[in-house]
Design a protein around this ligand. Structure first.
Ligand code: SF4
Length: 435
């Protein structure tokens, strides 16, 4: 049986691409090798978002070439074929992001499937997944219609292309049927879901729906599992899903990448919803759903960011009282419009501002977690140790947020949902006991 090694780099969206390619490979009778030297060729799914990710991708390609020698490159860095070929002239082929057919065509060309095996291979009903069994990423669209000046994703992944709603819901149902207890909805702009399909009316299980964000969220929330929304922009129509949070499976959680608090910088960044009054909107969301956890990311050192802009960002954070915050320093990405902007901020100053921001935010995050002590929440168990379970609550997305450490003598297993009482907190995590 032909054997393919697979290296998956990058964000959850790239992970979903990897899962699709692996599912296709298994379906066609390929075996997935877990070592370079056991593989007939290696696919490297790359990330090209920032320079550090490009470096990591180029290194991974180099390693695969050194260890195996037969390498197909795919993913976001694939749009820069010349860059890859200049660094690694021996790669067999280069294809771009979410171009499953092109990757498979290259695999067929360099390692033909053995006809007798095609279709015989056992592919799990839910496809091949790279996340633990009890949670899964659900990618609802590809590409993006925005033109943020620091980002080249629209160039790499194209304009917004929402998947048909019945297809998304069928995938979600399949995942739930195979034991998934939490669906993490991802895309580049989840709030824009369906815009490109002009909210096309569809039927799913005999029920009329519109291809739009609100219907997607409502239908997913009825599946009996947790539903967590990522990459949602503060548009007015998002207000409509807030009252559903905490009812059914929809978690009171929103990942809203805001990137800055200074209107001048947001305009230079050409951010979606830059003109919305975000603080007012956040307040309204919290009035409707007090237990809402808000996560966001910010950039320090964007070209032209003055001390005054940075002060505004800190004031914004103080006023917004976000629960979870990530912060990156601005990094020039080849091909991004922001590179041409004047007044680039020295890297040391951007790093200094990042540290100040994270320090200020730590106090906010810690205080918000402290406020949960004494409350009862439901958690989803990720891992079990002899005298405790490592779980996550509604406010904790896997990998990027905190955890809930549960002291328990109950016989728990990964994927269990249990109610706990919060007994303590730290900067990022909660401590709890089963009730
Ligand atoms: S919203 Fe902006 S940052 Fe996000 S993918 Fe689209 S262009 Fe890039």
């Amino acid at each position: 049986m032909p054997r393919v090694g697979f290296v998956s780099l990058g964000c959850p969206k790239a992970l979903v691409d990897s899962e699709r390619i692996l599912t296709q490979l298994r379906g066609e009778g390929y075996q997935v090798a877990d070592r370079y030297d056991g593989a007939d060729l290696v696919i490297v799914n790359t990330c090209g978002f920032i320079d550090a990710a490009r470096e990591e991708s180029l290194e991974a390609i180099g390693e695969a070439l050194a260890e195996n020698g037969r390498v197909i490159v795919t993913g976001c860095l694939g749009v820069h074929e010349q860059l890859i070929r200049d660094a690694h002239p021996r790669v067999l082929a280069v294809t771009g992001p979410h171009d499953y057919e092109a990757v498979m065509a290259q695999v067929h060309a360099h390692l033909p499937p053995v006809a007798a095996h095609a279709g015989e291979a056992r592919v799990p009903v839910e496809g091949v997944r790279l996340t633990p069994r009890h949670y899964a990423y659900l990618k609802v669209s590809e590409g993006c219609n925005h033109k943020c000046s620091f980002c080249i994703i629209p160039q790499m992944r194209g304009r917004l292309a929402s998947r048909p709603l019945p297809e998304v819901l069928e995938e979600a149902e399949r995942l739930v049927a195979t034991g998934v207890r939490e669906l993490l909805v991802i895309s580049q702009d989840t709030s824009a879901y369906g815009v490109d399909r002009r909210f096309e009316p569809v039927f799913h299980n005999g029920r009329p729906l519109q291809t739009r964000f609100q219907d997607l969220v409502a239908a997913l929330s009825e599946l009996g599992v947790w539903v967590r929304l990522h990459y949602v922009y503060p548009y007015p129509h998002v207000d409509q899903v807030i009252p559903q949070m905490g009812i059914g499976g929809l978690l009171p959680y929103l990942d809203v990448p805001l990137q800055h608090g200074s209107p001048r910088i947001l305009k230079a960044m050409r951010r979606p919803a830059a003109t919305e009054n975000t603080l007012e909107r956040i307040q309204r969301w919290r009035d409707t759903c007090p237990e809402l956890t808000l996560r966001s990311t910010f950039i320090t050192g964007f070209p032209g960011e003055t001390d005054e802009d940075f002060e505004m960002l800190l004031e914004f954070l103080e006023a917004a009282q976000l629960d979870r915050v990530g912060c990156f320093t601005y990094s020039a990405v080849a091909g991004a419009a922001a590179n041409a902007l004047p007044d680039h901020v020295p890297a040391e100053l951007a790093a200094e501002r990042q540290e100040i921001l994270m320090h200020a935010q730590q106090a906010i995050s810690a205080a918000r977690l402290r406020g949960k002590i004494g409350s009862e929440i439901e958690v989803l168990v990720d891992e079990v140790e002899p005298d405790r379970a490592i779980a996550r609550g509604p406010g904790d997305a896997p990998e990027i947020d905190g955890q809930v450490f549960v002291e328990t003598f109950e016989d728990l297993k990964p994927g269990d949902r249990v109610r706990v009482r919060v007994s303590g907190s730290s900067e990022h995590d909660l401590f709890a006991e089963t009730i």
